[in-house]
Design a protein around this ligand. Structure first.
Ligand SMILES: Nc1ncnc2c1ncn2[C@@H]1O[C@H](COP(=O)(O)OP(=O)(O)O)[C@@H](O)[C@H]1O
Ligand SMILES: [Mg+2]
Length: 239
């Protein structure tokens, strides 16, 4: 029996955002049985990967598909903190980097949630250079195992532009969804990301044009403003 996670911060989304995520979920379900491991990627930090990954995971689980969200950003993971994730039994939270580096078992790290079909594998201990771990057979085997049990494995990963992690992860995924920040991400950067995905042999399943109209939007200020600058300083991802 797996541990249950409590998600402390789950703001209600405006209807339009909820609907957009819902459409994304439906489009993904048309991609066929073989598309199971999907990474949510972007060129740069702050384009909304984690936000999309979290909400997509939730909606997919609510639709009755067995789905796991894996926090594969082992450099600067913020999922557990942002969404105030803790274990119901009060014990320490273990995650992906523990599994890959310190022989923790999957059952020590994987958590169920209040969503019957939605499980979580977070990351709570950041490491300076996770490339070795991502290149290990263990990571590949873990992803294979998860994709047998879950209909969808969504992976929240570091941005493409700064470190090679996402290319490595993309190489073992069935596809990627590229999050683009409306009016901010340049065409040149997007083109670069597309060729990086091609190099990694990871099919681009689609784009999400995110954070359109974020400036001056009351909703952002109310719910997300304080998270915005807290985690993203200029030192984000050092090579
Ligand atoms: N569609 C959205 N609606 C509301 N807030 C969003 C949306 N997308 C991103 N955000 C907020 O913007 C900030 C950056 O998003 P995040 O998902 O952390 O980016 P990334 O994971 O790409 O670095 C966070 O505070 C997040 O909650
Ligand atoms: Mg993120």
């Amino acid at each position: 029996m797996n541990t249950k996670a409590i998600i402390g911060f789950e703001p209600e989304l405006p209807y339009s955002v909820e609907e957009a995520i819902n459409r994304l979920r439906i489009n993904i379900s048309f991609l066929g049985r073989d598309v199971r491991k999907i990474m949510i990627i972007s060129s740069e930090p702050n384009e909304g990967k984690s936000f999309i990954a979290m909400n997509l995971w939730k909606q997919m689980a609510l639709s009755g598909e067995r789905t796991i969200l894996v926090d594969a950003d082992m450099r600067k993971s913020v999922m557990a903190e942002t969404y105030q994730i803790s274990r119901e039994d009060g014990k320490e939270l273990w995650g992906l980097s523990h599994m890959l580096s310190s022989n923790k078992k999957l059952q020590d790290c994987l958590m169920t949630t209040k969503y019957q079909y939605g499980d979580l594998l977070v990351n709570t201990s950041n490491i300076v250079n996770p490339s070795m771990l991502l290149e290990s057979r263990r990571f590949e085997e873990l992803m294979e195992l998860l994709s047998k049990y879950y209909r969808y494995v969504f992976l929240d990963v570091p941005p493409l532009g700064l470190v090679a992690d996402a290319e490595r992860i993309g190489n073992i995924c069935d596809g990627a969804i590229l999050t683009v920040r409306a009016g901010v991400t340049s065409k040149r950067i997007i083109r670069n990301s597309i060729s990086q995905l091609e190099r990694a042999g990871c099919p681009l399943l689609g784009f999400v044009l995110n954070r359109a109209g974020a400036n001056g939007n009351k909703y952002y200020k109310k719910y997300y403003g304080k998270y915005y600058s807290q985690y993203y300083g200029s030192e984000y991802y050092q090579k």
